[in-house]
Structure formats: C-alpha cells, structure tokens
Design a protein around this ligand. Structure first.
Ligand code: FES
Ligand code: FES
Length: 163
C-alpha cells in the first residue's frame, strides 16, 4: 500500500505518495525530475546515487522512499545559491575534476560532507573518505586536487568572515 510522505527537498517542503519498495532515487528522478543522482550498481557500491539525508550522505538506490518522511534532503541541484556555486562545485570546475561527469554529483556531495567534518583533510583522508565513490573515467587525481582547493577556499572564506 502506498504511503504519503512529506519531506524537505532542497529547502522546499514537498510530498509524494510512495510504495514500500520504491527507492528514494526513483522518487527523486521520476517524481521530482532531479536527474543529478544516477543509478549504476543499485547495490550501494558506486556512489553515483549519493544524496544528503538530514546531513548524512546516503546511497539513494538503497534508501527506501518511505524512510524519507520528515527528513531533509539535499541533492546536487540544491547546492548552489542564487548567485554562487558551492565552493566544491567551483573547485571541480576549476580543476576539471571530471571527464564524462557521470560520477560528479555524488563526488561533490560526498566531498562537501568530508569538508564539513574535516575542513583540512590530508590526501590519505580524502582517499579514505571518498573510497565509496567510483569514477569510471579515473579522474581521481583531479578530484583530489579539487577537494584540496575547495578546502582552501572554504577556510579562506571562514577567515574573511571572522574579520
Ligand atoms: S547506484 Fe547506488 S551505489 Fe551504485
Ligand atoms: S568523470 Fe566519468 S565516471 Fe567520473
């Protein structure tokens, strides 16, 4: 039987009628037409379907839609503000940290979470945290550089804000 759920999606209160076996990924893509999160493995192994649920990155291919009731969900489409990209988005663009771009939304959301938890991660810490996100184009070198650059940008913004 379908369940009516409501949740915050990229800052907007929304609702949907979902079936018990439906994934959050399918709801985001099919009902809300948000195509940034994609499906490849559907097994929680590749990270291309990553979205943030109430502050935590999840594999939305495995996250059942009924569990999203009352949660706050952020997808790649919700990251930029009216006048600026998120620093991680900017850094990915500057460092061309992608080739086909398929893995990029998940990578960016995961990197955002990393920098919230650890604003100045070492290269090993970046590799460890990002290890669940697979890039089939193997743009890992540029991805690491972009995350390091975003870390510097965020720290510089904080210093500026403190003055
Ligand atoms: S599609 Fe969800 S982890 Fe691979
Ligand atoms: S840029 Fe192609 S999969 Fe990562």
């Amino acid at each position: 039987m379908n369940k009516q759920i409501s949740f915050k999606l990229n800052g907007r209160q929304v609702s949907a009628s979902v079936s018990p076996g439906e994934s959050l990924l399918d709801v985001l893509r099919n009902r809300f037409h948000l195509g940034g999160a994609r499906e490849t493995c559907a097994l929680g192994l590749c990270g291309v379907c990553t979205v943030i649920v109430s502050g935590n990155p999840v594999s939305s291919c495995l996250y059942m839609a009924p569990a999203a009731d009352g949660e706050e969900i952020v997808t790649i489409e919700g990251l930029e503000t009216e006048d600026a990209l998120h620093p991680v988005q900017e850094a990915f663009m500057e460092h061309t940290a992608f080739q086909c771009g398929y893995c990029t939304p998940g990578m960016i959301l995961m990197a955002k979470k990393l920098l919230e938890e650890n604003p100045d991660p070492s290269e090993d810490e970046i590799k460890e945290f990002m290890s669940g996100n697979i890039c089939r184009c193997a743009s890992y070198g540029q991805i690491i550089q972009a995350i390091q650059a975003a870390s510097q940008m965020i720290q510089a913004d904080r210093m500026e804000g403190a003055h």
